[in-house]
Design a protein around this ligand. Sequence first.
Ligand code: ATP
Ligand code: MG
Length: 265
Amino acid sequence: MVVANQKGGVGKTTSTVNLAASLALHGARVLVVDLDPQGNASTALGIDHHSDVPSIYDVLVDSRPLSEVVQPVKDVEGLFCAPATIDLAGAEIELVSLVARESRLQRALSAYEQPLDYVLIDCPPSLGLLTVNALVAGAEVVIPIQCEYYALEGLGQLLRNVDLVKGHLNPTLHISTILLTMYDGRTRLASQVAEEVRSHFSNEVLRTNIPRSVRISEAPSYGQTVLTYDPGSSGALSYLEAAREIALRGAHPHQEQHSTVEGKQ
Ligand code: ATP
Ligand code: MG
């Protein structure tokens, strides 16, 4: 699952790590690939990512096997992370002159031999070669949307990029999931934005919204997901519920679609 939106600060990283932890807590084996030079997903999972740590940069630029950079996440059985270091900031330019520059991540993932149920890729807030690598490697795209005024601006460009990659490099790629984040039910704006997104993407939007929650935003400073930081909080419960929807859709994609259509009628 490619977690992407070129808009910054919409909840990509927060959603990646918390959905991944939710799936792992239910017994799945899950790998988080941190594809953002900021390394926020690595931080949130408590993974060391100073510049000497073997990282996804080495995988993309030096063809190092993914298995040599993957680290287990403390506290959550079955959860793993391929960290990003600041080196990755240069990869966007270094990749340009390399062969198969768009499919380096895809090659690394297909050569990875450990059993996995899910791979979640946290993208940077841009549509450059790093995000293209994620789109080529992925099966589906998950778009977090922050329930604020400019939410839908720029979304068209992301959709066009997904179509381009689908047309040329990865024919099965599709947008499977839209997740509404930082939802504040008390404001009219949030519910208006949610309504508008639902009217455009009725099949893709998850029923579960992620509420704005202080616990969610505090968790990364302890190197934890909200699932271990405060398992009973509304934020933790909403990510668990969103992950449940994703897992059920994956298991019965047609049934789920059918029931959504019926629900609308
Ligand atoms: P970037 O584009 O920089 O990678 P992003 O899309 O990955 O950003 P996050 O880093 O996940 O976005 O979130 C942006 C900020 O909003 C962070 O400080 C995060 O802690 C906070 N945040 C995310 N989700 C919530 C939430 N549901 N409630 C409160 N704060 C949140
Ligand atoms: Mg991020």
